[in-house]
Design a protein around this ligand. Structure first.
Ligand code: ADP
Ligand code: MG
Length: 680
């Protein structure tokens, strides 16, 4: 295989410079890479549907005998239209082709062909427009369909792949050692490549896929583990245990779990190697206080720390609450976001560089090139699932092997956490601050909306605040429209006359957003209408009800996050989920939300219901781009892969053995695509 990675694509017949150029747009430069470019789907020409049974509007493959000669009509503009009729003995099907002058020669009366296309037509006749045609009895019943780019057709790719397959050495060296293949019943790489590109039947596709998915996940898992061991670098920043002094600054006593987590991390930061850790805690479990305790200790040890939040609102909130807590402690905090500009920014950067700032809180703005620290010893990213692996590493690069902590907003099931954060040590905040009540949760139909509004109104009159998460709109539309429309409706609604309503959406400028959020947290807004921009982290203890429209459109973890905006103070809090969706899956999700407040339970259920792929949404996990495994893979495969990876690393932690050399090079290939940070 290694030699094929060095073989240029243009050496294949029919791949000229132009085609090679198109291939390279797909990221394919070598024959080896082409072989690792798997079909997106298959057309199964052996699965025929009787014409009468082919579902309207869907693609089917039918068999038909041509019953009338092809009729050709010239249309205006020189276009030609061909029409004919075929039958499968029971039902007739009209075929229409545009601008294909070969059709009359290709389709002969009395002969049978297979046609693949979308069924249309009227009640009186069924029709296919421009179907694909295959001679009956043609060899390949299952055709691969490749992801395409402009100008490069799936069939062109298929022809190139066919040649590439012929170049495969026999036997072919396999990255997965034979012993492991036997243990997990995986086929060898050579057969897998043949079967994925040119399957003889459906079973072969499954067999090949299983092996290739396993291989890819194994490389991912081993690669992440390698990252972890590489990150075990020496650290010069020894951090003092000063947390007890910090606790005295807090308006509350830390929970046992908070104390334990802080102690774990301080110990880690005293060990002489850099900490690399994930803090998991349910919504409201008090992760911020843990982060603050660490920053305090770092400052008291004479170093700087950085705390990065995913949104400006959150950064501001952290800044406000931390400066309050740290008042008089001698720890100097500063806020850097996109809206800090000009002179203020220059001055801030200068004092940061001079070491006059101990704790820098901010957004992505912290990653900007000219942000330089004097001695950055700790980097914390809050609500990490919004950041990718690459960003994580970029902030780290601002210091010399600083300690790092990632705080995840949503609990992540253990298996997945291992897959994605396998390189990190784990601390879990498994205890809520005292006095937290469970948030009563109800799922109701939209017919109960008026009643729900009255319930909100009653609480607003008592001096509490509420959130409404407004209806979702079609993808691609701006959320602004939906918020503004909904807000207007609420303003007109008698249920909310005299109520101070504010609105928040993704299209607002940062300072507009901040102004609204600040007004809400000061109690100057009673009812906040918002999109999910309030989802993460925002903390307003006086808000006691959250009403979520179109609850069916959100995943469990997201609903749980949203719900976590209330129940942050002493008062009894409520979450109202409005949905008219009737399907089973929605019902199951709503039921779980109503039954439990435990984020870890919810995360497990979410994973079970939707599979790992949807758990994080697209690309949010920041993993290398996978070719075939999409984390929708079943949990069984995931845990097999994890066991296998563990066994390999136990035997050969550095993957230095001869039998693992192919595996190493596959891992390197996978990870160089994410910014090239190195596994060597
Ligand atoms: P999250 O883990 O979701 O980020 P926060 O750090 O925002 O949670 O904390 C939620 C709320 O709980 C905040 O208002 C915080 O001040 C409060 N809090 C944190 N720890 C404690 C504690 N030990 N006792 C009482 N309240 C606490
Ligand atoms: Mg938080």
């Amino acid at each position: 295989m290694a030699s094929l990675y060095r073989m240029d694509l243009s050496q294949l017949k029919g791949v000229g410079a132009k085609t090679a150029e198109l291939f390279s747009k797909l990221g394919l430069q070598s024959v080896g890479a082409l072989l690792r470019f798997y079909p997106r789907d298959y057309e199964n020409w052996s699965e025929l549907t009787p014409i009468a049974a082919a579902p309207y509007g869907e693609v089917s493959i039918v068999r038909g005998e041509v019953v009338v000669p092809v009729e050709t009509t010239r249309l205006s503009g020189g276009r030609i239209l061909c029409k004919t009729v075929v039958t499968d003995g029971e039902t007739d099907l009209v075929l229409t082709f545009f601008n294909n002058k070969y059709i009359p020669n290709q389709l002969r009366v009395g002969k049978n062909y297979l046609f693949r296309g979308k069924i249309g037509g009227t009640f009186f006749h069924r029709e296919m427009v421009a179907p694909q045609i295959m001679r009956e009895g043609a060899e390949i019943p299952i055709r691969p369909v490749y992801p395409q780019t402009e100008g490069l057709r799936s069939s062109t790719i298929a022809r190139a792949v066919e040649q590439a397959l012929a170049l495969l050495p026999d036997p072919l060296e396999d990255p997965i050692p034979e012993k492991i293949r036997r243990q997990y019943s995986l086929c060898d790489l050579r057969s897998a490549l043949f079967m994925i590109h040119a399957p003889k039947n459906i079973d072969e596709i499954e067999k090949a896929r299983r092996r290739l998915v396993f291989e890819e996940l194994l490389c991912l898992q081993l690669g992440i583990a390698q990252l972890g061991s590489e990150n075990k670098v020496k650290s010069n920043y020894r951090i003092r245990s000063a947390q007890e002094d910090f606790y005295r600054l807090l308006p509350f006593a830390p929970t046992g779990a908070q104390r334990r987590c802080v102690a774990e991390m301080i110990e880690d930061m005293q060990s002489g190697s850099a900490m690399n850790r994930l803090l998991q805690g349910d919504v409201g479990s008090g992760k911020t206080a843990v982060a603050a305790a660490l920053c305090y200790c770092v400052a008291k040890s004479g170093y700087q720390s950085a705390l990065m939040a995913p949104t400006e609102i959150l950064a501001q909130q952290h800044y406000a609450s931390l400066t309050k807590t740290l008042e008089g402690s001698g720890v100097r905090a500063a806020l850097l976001t996109g809206s800090v500009k000009g002179k203020a920014r220059r001055e801030l950067l200068a004092s940061l560089d001079a070491g006059e700032i101990d704790l820098l809180i901010g957004t992505h703005a912290l990653l900007t090139e000219d942000v330089a620290f004097k001695n950055l010893a700790l980097v914390i990213t809050d609500e990490q699932h919004r950041f990718g692996v690459t960003q994580r590493l970029r902030l780290q690069e601002k210091g010399e092997h600083p300690h790092t902590l990632i705080m995840s907003a949503t609990p992540i099931p253990r298996t997945l956490a291992l897959m994605i954060y396998g390189d990190l040590a784990l601390s879990v905040l498994d205890e809520m601050p005292p006095g937290r009540q469970t948030i009563a949760t109800y799922a109701v139909g939209s017919d109960k909306r008026e009643r729900a509004f009255a319930y909100l109104r009653k609480h607003i009159d008592e001096g509490y605040q509420c959130y409404i998460i407004c209806p979702l709109i079609e993808e691609g539309e701006s959320d602004m429209a939906s918020v503004e429309e909904y807000e207007a409706l609420l303003r007109e609604s008698p249920a909310f006359s005299g109520v101070r309503i504010g609105a928040l959406h993704g299209r607002m400028k940062n300072d507009e957003k901040n102004a609204v959020m600040t007004a809400f947290s000061r109690g100057e807004i009673d009812l906040l209408v918002s999109t999910t921009v309030v989802e993460v982290g925002v903390d307003v203890p006086n808000a006691v009800i959250i009403l979520i429209e179109n609850a069916e459109r959100y995943g469990l973890s997201q609903l749980h996050q949203l719900r976590g905006r209330v129940g942050r103070g002493k008062a009894k809090s409520t979450c109202i989920l409005i949905t008219d969706a009737q399907n089973e899956e929605t019902a199951a999700r709503m039921k779980i939300m109503c039954q439990t407040n435990n984020g870890f339970t919810i995360a497990e259920e979410d994973l079970r219901l939707r599979g790992p792929g949807n758990f994080f949404g697209n690309e949010q996990h920041g993993l290398p781009k996978l070719k075939i495994a999409d984390l929708k893979t079943n949990m069984e495969t995931l845990s097999d892969v994890q066991n296998c990876a563990r066994a390999i690393l136990e035997k050969d932690p550095a993957l230095a053995l001869y039998e693992h050399r192919m595996l190493r090079s596959e891992i390197r290939l996978l990870f160089t695509k994410v910014g090239g940070y190195g596994i060597s």
